[in-house]
Ligand binder design. Structure first.
Ligand code: ZN
Length: 416
C-alpha cells in the first residue's frame, strides 16, 4: 500500500480533520501536502456531501441536503516542479470504499453507498420535471457487487471511479469562470433549479486557509459542480482503475484535488447524485510532461486513457431517444433532449415489470449503463441511445410473447 498523503477520519467532518480539505476551486488554497513526479501515494476521501446522507429508509436527508457544503474535496496536493503549461499525468492505480468493502459504519463508503434523486427545489436532476420529489436507494457492497433493498431483483458489478479530480485554476481562469457563469445565470436569474451556481460564502471551506485568505476564497472560489478546464466534476465512469489522465496545469505545483468517489455510475449520472456515492481511498501515480499543454494542444480540457478493468456485460437492451419532446415539439438536433427521451423510454419499460418510476430512475443513474450519442446530423432529430445490461436483473428483462415478468418490487426510500 502506498503512503497515505491525505488522511480522513470518517467519523469526523472534513472541517475537523487534522488537515482539512476544501469545497471551492481557488488558486490560493494552501497545499495540504507535496509529492514528487514519479511517486505513488494514497488519498482518502469523504463522500461528496461530507456524509449528510444516512443508511436508512427515508429520503428526507436527500430532500434537505445542504448543497453549499459540496463537494468536499481532498487536497490540494502539490507536485514538485509543476508549472503552468505542463501536463500533469495522473495514473489511477486503485480505488475503493473505506479500507476495502469489509469496513462497516455510518458514513457512506463504510460498506454501503447511496443513490439519490434530488428534489426539484434543491438541485434537481436530469428528469426533474417528471420526477420532482426526493428519493433514495441504499446499496450494500459485496466485494465488487452492489445490491439494494430498495431495488430488489437487481445486482451488478460496479465500475468504481472518482467523480471529481482536477488541478487548481489560475486567478485569471477563475475570473473567466465566474464571469461566464454569471452571464449564464443572468439569462434567467429566477430559474428553479438555477442555470449555474455563483460563488457562495456560506459553508465555504478553504483547506488550512484562515483569516482574510479564507474570506477571499469564500468570496471568489468557484463551486465544484461543473466540469471545467481544470478537469473537475467530469463524472466519467470510465475513469476507473488503470486510467491515465492528462490534466492541464494552471498554477505552480499543479495543486491536484478531488473526491466524490463512486462505487458505480451509468453514463450521464442522470439523477444528479445518480452514482453510488461513497467515501473511500484512491491511489495515484503522478508525473509531468513539461510544456505538454502547448506540445499536444491540450489547453482547454484534460484528455485521458480509460481504465482496462470494468464490468463485463455482453448483452444489452437498448432504448432510443430522439429530439422530440413529450408534447410533440420538435427541437433541432438537441442531443440532451434525445438522451432524456431515451432515459424516459427505459423508465416506462421498467415500470411494466413492477418497478416504480423512481426505482427505474435510480437504477439508470447508478448501474453500468452505456449512453451513446448515436446521430447528430440527421435533421431535425438528434438520436441518442441507452444500453441497459440484461444480466443485472434476476429475471428476464427482454421482450417476449409471454409478456413482462411483473412482480411486487417494493419501492425506493421516499421523503415524507
Ligand atoms: Zn458523485
Amino acid at each position: 500500500m502506498p503512503e497515505t498523503v491525505f488522511e480522513v477520519d470518517q467519523s469526523k467532518s472534513m472541517r475537523d480533520q487534522a488537515v482539512p480539505g476544501h469545497n471551492r476551486w481557488h488558486p490560493d488554497i494552501p497545499l495540504a501536502t507535496m509529492v514528487r513526479p514519479g511517486s505513488e501515494f494514497r488519498v482518502e476521501c469523504r463522500e461528496w456531501t461530507d456524509a449528510q446522507l444516512g443508511n436508512n429508509d427515508s429520503a428526507n436527508d436527500v430532500r434537505d441536503v445542504d448543497l453549499s457544503v459540496a463537494h468536499m474535496l481532498s487536497g490540494p496536493i502539490g507536485v514538485e516542479g509543476a508549472e503552468p503549461g505542463d501536463l500533469l499525468v495522473v495514473d489511477i492505480l486503485d480505488l475503493g470504499p473505506c479500507q476495502g468493502p469489509q469496513e462497516y459504519g455510518d458514513a457512506p463508503g463504510q460498506g454501503w453507498g447511496y443513490t439519490g434523486i434530488f428534489s426539484k427545489q434543491n438541485g434537481g436532476g436530469f428528469l426533474t420535471d417528471e420526477y420532482p420529489d426526493a428519493a433514495k436507494a441504499i446499496w450494500d457492497f459485496h466485494g465488487q457487487v452492489a445490491t439494494s433493498r430498495h431495488l430488489p431483483g437487481v445486482r451488478y458489478t460496479g465500475i468504481t471511479h472518482p467523480g471529481l479530480f482536477g488541478t487548481a485554476p489560475s486567478a485569471e481562469l477563475l475570473a473567466r469562470w465566474n464571469r461566464r457563469e454569471q452571464a449564464l445565470i443572468d439569462r434567467d436569474p429566477d430559474r428553479v433549479p438555477p442555470l449555474a451556481l455563483p460563488p457562495l460564502v456560506q459553508s465555504s471551506l478553504g483547506g488550512q486557509a484562515t483569516g482574510s485568505l479564507a474570506e477571499q476564497i469564500a468570496r471568489e472560489g468557484a463551486r465544484t459542480v461543473p466540469a471545467r478546464e481544470n478537469g473537475g466534476n467530469h463524472d466519467i465512469k470510465n475513469f476507473t482503475r488503470g486510467s491515465r489522465v492528462y490534466y492541464p496545469v494552471h498554477v505552480a505545483d499543479a495543486k491536484l484535488s478531488g473526491g466524490d468517489l463512486h462505487f458505480s455510475q451509468g453514463d450521464g449520472e442522470i439523477t444528479f447524485c445518480g452514482a453510488i456515492e461513497m467515501g473511500g481511498f484512491i491511489d495515484f501515480g503522478v508525473d509531468l510532461i513539461k510544456g505538454g499543454m502547448e506540445t499536444y494542444g491540450v489547453t482547454t480540457n484534460p484528455i485521458f486513457m480509460p481504465g482496462n478493468v470494468e464490468p463485463r456485460y455482453s448483452e444489452f437492451l437498448t432504448f432510443i431517444g430522439i429530439s422530440v419532446d413529450a408534447d410533440d415539439t420538435n427541437e433541432y438536433l438537441d442531443a440532451t433532449l434525445a438522451y432524456k427521451r431515451a432515459c424516459l423510454n427505459a423508465v416506462e419499460y421498467l415500470k411494466k415489470f413492477g418497478y416504480t418510476g423512481e426505482q427505474a430512475y435510480l437504477l439508470l443513474g447508478s448501474a453500468p449503463i452505456e449512453g451513446r450519442v448515436s446521430g447528430v446530423v440527421d435533421i431535425p432529430n438528434a438520436c441518442c441511445s441507452l444500453y441497459l445490461p440484461t444480466a443485472i436483473f434476476d429475471f428476464d428483462i427482454r421482450p417476449s410473447a409471454a409478456g413482462p415478468a411483473k412482480a411486487d418490487r417494493g419501492m425506493s426510500a421516499v421523503a415524507g
